[in-house]
Design a protein around this ligand. Structure first.
Ligand SMILES: Cc1cc2nc3c(=O)[nH]c(=O)nc-3n(C[C@H](O)[C@H](O)[C@H](O)COP(=O)(O)OP(=O)(O)OC[C@H]3O[C@@H](n4cnc5c(N)ncnc54)[C@H](O)[C@@H]3O)c2cc1C
Length: 352
């Protein structure tokens, strides 16, 4: 196919995946975003941090665990993306932490009833190939010696994690190397087939992608769902894989990152409030994390952060295509899990 002029509104997860993929195929790509630069978001403590949810995400790649709240469409997208991520990461010049050593579901004995309800859902929805594997306490100790307390544990083989900040930086760097032009500090006010409108004028392309997340209103009826995460510095706590604690009142997960970091998340609140994390979320999430890994008591709380997940009414992703325009939105709490498969579908539909 001849080289096309492509305009992308939004430099979040989808925008960077699209830019890297399309510029790699020889298209002339331009990306517009109100963030001040490609790294605005890499340091969420900075005043000019980007609002992309992708920076805040813990990076769980959990097609099976997410079946508690998701159906077969999401499951299929998640499984496909877990196959696609290694190839994407290998094609990037900068390193990105990505592994698929499985994830663990944990529960305290007192919460066995609630845990069993979740387990039954996963067992019914996951199919024979992806069943959770029950672990003895000895097996759990061999896999994750830092975990003490939960009496019940299951391994979800094949699940993984990606370092979201490394991936955001590496995708942008790759797209730049391949000739992508970035228009930072430039919000797109309107998206039409072949047209992106900004305060500086009308920009014309052969095809445009609208991937503005919660910024796509009013064209897309998207809402923001608040989520809060914590970064702990925990030398001595050696976690190999993501953990999820099944609890009747709140759900908490822990994702290890290089540098002795553990990301603890995430609240899920029907609110578009981007203000700092609440005392309640701090107490609930960190108490739950400590109950599974007592050694976290001496961890240092480096940072806390809140952001909005872009979600539609049905909490399912939207991929709509028309001549000259593609919209993708509503990735909700599963963006890193499903984005590669959605981008693959979008590019097949657009025959790029
Ligand atoms: C606390 C939290 C934890 C999460 N954890 C996980 C997880 O563990 N696993 C997982 O799979 N997913 C997780 N997610 C979800 C994931 O981050 C999102 O689904 C994903 O980032 C959505 O990607 P996106 O590109 O659609 O939107 P975003 O990443 O939000 O990017 C949207 C981009 O559009 C830009 N934009 C906005 N308005 C405009 C405009 N007018 N013009 C141009 N650009 C604009 C923004 O600046 C931003 O750069 C989490 C999210 C949160 C908040």
């Amino acid at each position: 196919m001849a080289s096309l002029r492509i305009g992308i509104a939004g430099a979040g997860l989808l925008g960077r995946l699209l830019a890297s993929s399309l510029s790699g195929r020889g298209h002339a790509v331009e990306v517009f975003d109100p963030a001040h630069g490609p790294g605005a978001g890499a340091d969420p403590r900075s005043e000019s941090a980007s609002q992309a949810a992708a920076w805040t995400a813990a990076g769980m790649l959990s097609p099976v665990a997410e079946l508690e709240r998701a159906g077969p469409e999401l499951f299929a997208l998640g499984l496909r993306s877990c196959l696609l991520w290694p190839g994407i990461v290998q094609g990037l010049q900068m390193p990105v932490t990505l592994d698929f050593q499985g994830s663990l579901l944990l529960a305290h004995r007192s919460d066995a009833g609630a845990a069993q309800r979740v387990l039954s859902l996963l067992q019914a929805r996951a199919g024979a190939e992806h069943q959770p594997q029950s672990l003895t306490l000895q097996q759990l100790a061999a896999l994750e010696p830092s975990v003490h307390g939960p009496a019940l544990a299951w391994l979800l083989p094949g699940e993984g994690r990606i370092h979201t900040i490394e991936a955001m930086q590496a995708l942008a760097a790759q797209a730049s190397l391949q000739g992508t032009r970035w228009h930072w500090s430039r919000a797109v006010q309107e998206v039409q087939p072949g047209i992106l409108k900004t305060a500086s004028g009308t920009h014309r392309f052969d095809h445009v992608f609208d991937v503005r997340g919660v910024g796509a209103r009013p064209e897309v009826p998207v809402r923001g769902v608040r989520g809060e995460v914590f970064w702990l510095h925990a030398p001595g706590v050696l976690l190999q894989r993501p953990l999820r604690l099944l609890h009747p009142r709140y759900s908490v997960y822990l994702v290890p990152r290089p540098g002795d970091l553990v990301v603890v998340g995430a609240s899920e609140i029907e609110s578009e409030d981007r203000s700092p994390v609440s005392l309640r979320s701090t107490l609930e999430l960190l108490s739950a994390a400590h109950s599974a890994i007592p050694a976290l008591a001496e961890a240092r709380l480096l940072h806390s952060e809140s952001n909005l997940r872009p979600a539609l009414d049905d909490n399912l992703p939207l991929l709509s295509q028309a001549p000259g325009m593609t919209r993708i939105n509503g990735l909700y709490r599963h963006g890193w899990l499903i984005a590669p498969a959605l981008v693959e579908q979008a590019l097949q539909g657009f025959a790029a």
